[in-house]
Ligand binder design. Structure first.
Ligand SMILES: [Zn+2]
Length: 175
């Protein structure tokens, strides 16, 4: 856990920024305890820069983000969550076989795109109206069944855009 270093270079971060960045690093370490490398924040004129350089052998994440203070940690968390999920699956395998055909082989498609006139397309989002909820797909290599993963579930606006928060209840009767 100490192998993943978070640094603020040349400026003193606000308490909220420091806390949310630390929480993001902690969440990554919980998912892949052997993650190593560094995340360095620095101040630009009107925004922040985060240089992420992390290794979960043999996979590496190198990305530079330049965003407003208000969103930079959330954007970084999307990358970290996606990276951690893939690293974990590569290391330990996918938790269970396909629920439809029992096949054990999958194809992972990060950041699924929808076709537009723009070259490269636009990321498919679960909520059209909100600027969050990019979709990653785990596709069964045999029957094609797709499991979807939203890249920033903690950012989904619960109670807005028709969304509702629900909970698993152990032992609830199946009807
Ligand atoms: Zn299948």
């Amino acid at each position: 856990m100490n192998d993943l270093v978070l640094r603020f270079e040349g400026f003193e971060p606000e308490e909220g920024l420091r806390r949310s960045a630390e929480a993001a690093v902690k969440a990554l370490c919980a998912r892949v305890p052997d993650a190593r490398g560094q995340i360095v924040f620095s101040r630009l004129w009107l925004s922040l820069r985060a240089v992420v350089n992390i290794e979960v052998s043999p996979r590496r994440l190198e990305v530079t983000l330049e965003e407003d203070d208000a969103v930079i940690v959330a954007r970084m968390l999307i990358r970290l969550r996606r990276f951690a999920r893939l690293a974990r699956w590569e290391r330990q395998g996918v938790e269970r076989p396909c629920g439809f055909c029992d096949c054990a082989r999958f194809v992972y498609v990060p950041r699924v795109r929808q076709d537009t006139e723009n070259a490269g397309g636009r990321p498919l989002q679960i909520l059209f109206a909100a600027s969050c909820g990019e979709m990653d797909a785990l596709v069964c290599a045999e029957c094609g069944h797709v499991e979807w993963f939203v890249s920033d579930p903690d950012e989904l606006p619960v109670g807005a855009h028709g969304t509702t928060e629900l909970h698993h209840r152990p032992g609830a009767p199946y009807r």
